[in-house]
Design a binder for this molecule. Structure first.
Ligand code: GAL
Length: 805
């Protein structure tokens, strides 16, 4: 009981990340939601008693059923969209009466409109941008309770080339400050001079003064290292500075850090700057900013280097969805995706094709990823009738400025992208627009290069190129041109902003492995060349015709120093864009990792190339018809050779030649055990076996964690493996799994990674796909145990227990 009391106190306190001067209130809990349009809901007196109670972040699309009739076509995962309303009734702390109150949204898809106590605050069309409103003047000081109402309108379809989600799908917070305070995103920290003995820290603080009073003031920034030790101080006087005392004014000052520890992907070391605003001797605000000290360079000849060390950008493109959880932001789900990528050796991510959630950038800072932070997928010229083209004119300046202001302190962010495959490449309007967008970025940050992901390689036809305003030439696909890049584009710095578009279904193999397929073949529609069960072979031999296999483009990038790196399309499968198949396919095949987070085979090709971990990965499964000729592949590293054995008979030794990324044997199938042994200098490095399996006999349950935070947010990702009586994964098993949960957790979603599954992500039953199924359990906000029971017809049930604390 006592423990429970402390946990409760802690939970209450931690939702107020407070100092006396500034109170940041997590505003995600206890909202009401209504799917439909009801304009009177903006009135404070409206009764929302029959609305659904929920916590944000929330994505109503992911809760729906797949249907061909949904206007958000299979390209957007064929899930429902429409209009929804959110309301929240809240009380303010007593201090609010003398303070400034603002509300901050990290992202609402899309066309949000916000009212406080019936007063209209504004509309924000862009679904990926963070924004805020000062609501001080709309607070009803006489009323005990205040009401906020948010309308979200995602009804005009189609408006995207991928799944967007619908709703307030990112975090919301309420910020209370004094009348003199640091502005939203009001610090900008750069480290222009770095040596091993000292790093200069430039701090720009923007003060917002609503007090109307003059005073003697100062800014004092205390810099702490990762252990919390004070390592430096910076100071600026506010008195007499321009803009003071009313309105917004920016002050620049410096601090120095001795023997700085640099941020890198291997050692993502972070400092914290705490800025105190003092007026007439009193601290009126305190504002913390995390930053890192690092320098990097793109060189025409030598490619990319970080902190003076040459390295390749080994990146992937990611959309923002979290598979079965949809677009609703969850820190643990994002962290899991990043961990799986990190384990593969990936060191960079492109946020295709929009700004990410701020917590996601925090994770990249902390975990050590480089980020290409992208703004737009279109400018004026549309890709879909109702996409951002309709808002571009009015909003692009503010949206881009807000993105840069919000994200420019993150050490992970190293590149700004002003757009992906923008149609204005092909039109002379591309010249002035490119110049304008680049200058918007440069006015706020000159420390990072600006790029755009281009497809038109003929410079006479590419008007974005002709603007001559980009720092980096971002090229999507066109890998055959990379070796001659320096001759074709003299003096330009190269980055492969998007590559591959290889296709695969996890665990599905079409034979033979060496017949290449590019989709679509000449004169065919995508689907005509496909399999009736909407599968694509996972030998790395299938790709969209504009792309390549994983090995093909990597082979080119690896060879040339000036090719600074690549972003593979895509890291994970994502919702929508189910190329090559039409409905009922509804999620992508492009991922190195499937939608549920299970790696496909190509994952191990990258791991063998991009990490120094010892890899020996063998494919395919070993359940075939007797006599069938089966291609067996092995990805390996840290060894000179691999020998393959079938039922203890050697099938020969294979060695990779330079620029080979796998070895292969063609084997006449017989049931039994396939064993690969890798050796270096004759000594065994690794062994891998795959057995022919029997029928499904049991469920093997593998949670990624058993102890969860009792915060109502934490997740356990539980892999269900369908195995035979000897524990071998049954390759084609599609048994239906049902889950029952009692206690301090609830089901957040189920998935199996199959892109044409019509099962709802939210249902408590889901089929396995090629032997695997995923269940995601979310903690409740109280300590206790979670009993989870898995059942499947014909197999013994399995119970496991998780804890929240
Ligand atoms: C690219 C585009 C991506 C995705 C990909 C699929 O051209 O930038 O968003 O559509 O193709 O191959």
């Amino acid at each position: 009981m006592k423990r429970f009391f402390y946990i409760l106190v802690f939970a209450l306190l931690s939702s107020y990340i407070a100092s006396a001067q500034r109170t940041v209130i997590d505003f995600n809990n206890n909202w009401k939601f209504w799917l439909g349009d009801t304009s009177i809901a903006k009135e404070p007196g409206y009764s929302d008693n029959d609305w659904r109670a929920l916590n944000l972040p929330h994505d109503w699309s992911i809760e729906g059923e797949f249907s061909e009739k949904n206007p958000g076509t299979p390209n957007q995962a064929a899930l429902p969209t429409g209009i929804g309303w959110y309301r929240k009734t809240f009380t303010l702390p007593a201090t609010a009466a003398h303070q400034n109150v603002s509300i901050e949204f990290d992202g609402v898809y899309r066309n949000s409109e916000v009212w406080v106590n019936g007063h209209y605050l504004g509309k924000r069309p862009n679904g990926y941008i963070s924004f805020g409103y000062d609501i001080t003047q709309y607070i009803d000081s006489g009323a005990a309770q205040q009401v906020i109402a948010v309308k979200v309108d995602n009804s005009l379809q189609p408006n995207s080339r991928w799944y967007t989600g619908s709703g307030i799908y990112r975090s919301v917070r309420l910020v209370l400050t004094n009348k003199i305070a640091i502005d939203q995103w009001g610090t900008f920290i750069t480290t222009p001079n770095i040596s091993s003995s000292i790093a200069m820290v430039h701090i720009q603080s923007t003060i917002n003064n609503n007090s109307g009073q003059l005073g003697h003031g100062s800014l004092n920034t205390y810099i702490y290292d990762a252990s919390g030790k004070l390592v430096s101080k910076g100071y600026a006087s506010l008195h007499g500075a321009p803009g003071w005392p009313t309105g917004k004014a920016a002050y620049t000052y410096t601090a120095a850090i001795n023997k700085p520890i640099l941020w890198s992907v291997e050692n993502p070391y972070l400092y914290k700057a705490v800025t105190r605003v003092l007026v007439n001797g009193k601290v009126v605000d305190e504002y913390a900013t995390q930053f890192g000290i690092r320098y990097f360079d793109f060189d025409v000849q030598k490619g990319f280097s970080l902190n003076g060390k040459p390295m390749k950008i080994l990146g992937v493109c990611m959309h923002h969805d979290l598979g079965a959880l949809g677009a609703a932001v969850n820190v643990r789900a994002m962290e899991r995706q990043l961990q799986i990528l990190k384990d593969m050796g990936c060191n960079a991510i492109r946020t295709s094709h929009n700004p990410p959630a701020p917590e996601w950038l925090d994770l990249c800072d902390k975990m050590g990823f480089l980020v290409m932070d992208e703004a737009f997928d279109m400018w004026h010229k549309k890709k879909n009738k109702f996409d951002y083209n309709i808002d571009f004119d009015q909003w692009h300046k503010q949206d881009l400025e807000d993105q840069v202001k919000r994200d420019r302190n993150h050490p992970s962010v190293i590149i700004w992208s002003i757009g992906n495959e923008i149609r204005e490449q092909f039109d002379s309007t591309g010249i002035p627009l490119t110049k304008e967008l680049v200058s918007i970025v440069k006015a706020l940050d000159t420390t990072r290069p600006v790029t755009s992901a281009l497809t038109e390689t003929d410079t006479t036809k590419n008007f974005i190129y002709q603007a001559n305003a980009l720092d980096l030439m971002g090229m999507n696909y066109n890998q055959q041109l990379y070796p001659d890049f320096l001759q074709k584009y003299p003096g330009k710095k190269f980055l492969a902003t998007e590559t591959m578009s290889a296709l695969a279904s996890r665990g599905h193999y079409d034979l033979p492995a060496d017949s290449m397929r590019f989709w679509p073949l000449k004169g065919q529609k995508f689907v005509e060349n496909g399999n009736p069960d909407y599968t694509v072979s996972a030998y790395d031999n299938v790709a969209a015709y504009w792309g390549s296999t994983h090995e093909q483009t990597w082979r080119i990038i690896k060879q040339y120093e000036f090719l600074s790196g690549l972003f593979v399309w895509s890291g994970f499968d994502f919702l929508g864009e189910p190329v090559p198949y039409p409905w009922p396919a509804r999620s992508s095949y492009y991922g190195i990792i499937d939608l549920a987070g299970f790696p496909k085979d190509a994952y191990y090709m990258y791991q063998s190339e991009w990490t120094s971990k010892t890899v020996l990965h063998l494919l395919p499964h070993w359940n075939w018809q007797s006599g069938r000729e089966v291609d067996v592949w092995a990805y390996y590293n840290n060894a000179d050779e691999v020998e393959l054995y079938l039922n203890n008979r050697s099938l020969g030794i294979r060695k990779k030649q330079p620029l080979d990324f796998h070895v292969q044997w063609r084997v006449k199938y017989e049931p039994g055990t396939l064993k690969a042994v890798s050796r270096k200098n004759g000594k065994i490095v690794s062994t891998k076996t795959i057995n022919t399996t029997g029928e499904p006999a049991k469920l093997e349950i593998v949670p990624d964690k058993r102890i969860l935070h009792a915060d109502g947010k934490d997740l356990s990702f539980i892999t269900v493996r369908i195995v035979d009586k000897n524990g071998n994964l049954v390759p084609a098993a599609d048994n239906k799994i049902t889950i029952e949960i009692v206690g301090m957790g609830a089901l957040a979603g189920m998935d199996n990674g199959y892109p044409a599954s019509m099962e709802s992500f939210k249902a408590a039953s889901h089929k396995a796909y090629n032997g695997l199924c995923l269940a995601i359990i979310q903690s409740k906000a109280a300590a206790g145990s979670i009993q989870v029971k898995f059942t499947s017809p014909g197999l013994p049930p399995v119970n496991i227990v998780l804890q929240t604390q």
